[in-house]
Design a protein around this ligand. Structure first.
Ligand SMILES: Cc1cc2nc3c(=O)[nH]c(=O)nc-3n(C[C@H](O)[C@H](O)[C@H](O)COP(=O)(O)O)c2cc1C
Length: 307
């Protein structure tokens, strides 16, 4: 590939924020196939066209090369697990969730933001992918917010808005970041034990902007992801907002040290809210299904919509 570094190119392509879809079809033997795709694009209104790009690596490629019909399901926020199901090599995907076939047998998944039934309009070979253009023959739409994807992580504007509204409440604010680099987390260790890097919020700035500004100042290259935990400590009239972040290198910006997730001793956290948060993070890291905690330092709810 000339002098282009494939890994860096993939990372650069991955900086483009997209939604997440699942493309589905019924094979000629009657079985159902589907794969997670963020290469979806609407193409034309008249005629109504859309496209998706199945890659040569897909186990279902031959089906998408032959079928006359397929469907696109636009995932809702909270459907990370559906995306993961159709993005990891597993059999019997369709037994694990609720769906109905459209009139040509293409699976339409329950609770998606929108879905489109298509007849194949054109197939174009393009390198190691195919551009599959469909003409929309039917669709459904809901008010569900969409699931977002950027730099290998999911996000939800809906949840961010909810978190932002709560942030404008007049409490003294602190922002923290759970900063992951590969299989490690950036943690601080002092005489009180372990803690998550946290800073006092400037009232003018949101948690995200404050962290972004601070990371720039200390030279920590990290991409800040979704809000992970938002809770009030009413005794101290304080609100804590923790965001997920992915460090782009092993530099720490002097914030602490990277500790392998598998060897974090959560009992070493002096602060029980942070201990609970890191325990949850370790669990969710295993399943790669991250929720958003909203509540107080004592009780709250984890927002993770199941399918
Ligand atoms: C967010 C996301 C977007 C993806 N987009 C595409 C895509 O547009 N085209 C593609 O061929 N694979 C895409 N993939 C990868 C496939 O979903 C993945 O390789 C899947 O396991 C393929 O199905 P298979 O296991 O049946 O081969 C994407 C994966 C994720 C997580």
């Amino acid at each position: 590939m000339n002098n282009i570094d494939a890994k860096e190119l993939r990372t650069a392509f991955g900086s483009y924020m997209t939604g997440v879809t699942v493309a589905t079809a019924q094979a000629s033997d009657g079985s159902y196939v589907g794969f997670t795709a963020n290469s979806f694009t609407s193409v034309s209104m008249d005629p109504p066209l859309l496209l998706v790009c199945p890659g040569n690596h897909l186990s279902s490629l031959s089906v998408f090369e032959e079928v006359e019909h397929f469907a696109i399901n636009i995932l809702s926020h909270g459907q990370e697990s559906v995306s993961n199901l159709f993005a990891s090599s597993k059999t019997s995907r369709f037994e694990q969730l609720r769906w109905e076939a459209d009139e040509h047998g293409s699976p339409i998944l329950n609770d998606v933001a929108a879905s489109f039934s298509c007849v194949v309009h054109q197939r174009i070979t393009a390198g190691d992918h195919m551009i599959l253009i469909g003409r929309v023959t039917g669709f459904s739409n809901t008010k569900n917010g969409g699931l977002g994807y950027c730099r290998s992580g999911y996000f939800s504007l809906e949840k961010e808005r909810q978190a932002d509204m709560l942030t404008r409440s007049g409490l003294t604010g602190f922002a923290g970041a759970i900063i992951q680099y590969q299989d490690t987390l950036l943690l601080q260790l002092d005489d009180n034990g372990l803690s998550i890097p946290t800073l006092a919020l400037d009232n003018e700035l949101s948690a995200r902007s404050s962290l972004t500004q601070h990371f720039n100042i200390i030279g920590l290259h990290a991409s800040i992801g979704p809000v992970y935990s938002l809770y009030d400590d009413e005794d101290q009239s304080t609100r804590y907002t923790f965001l997920k972040a992915a460090a782009l290198s092993s530099e720490t910006g002097g914030l602490g040290q990277y500790v392998p997730i598998s060897s974090i001793e959560t009992q070493d956290f002096d602060n029980s809210s942070q201990r609970n948060m890191v325990e949850r993070y370790i669990r969710e890291f295993q399943s790669q299904e991250f929720g958003l905690y909203i509540g107080s330092s004592q009780t709250g709810e984890i927002h993770r919509d199941d399918y």
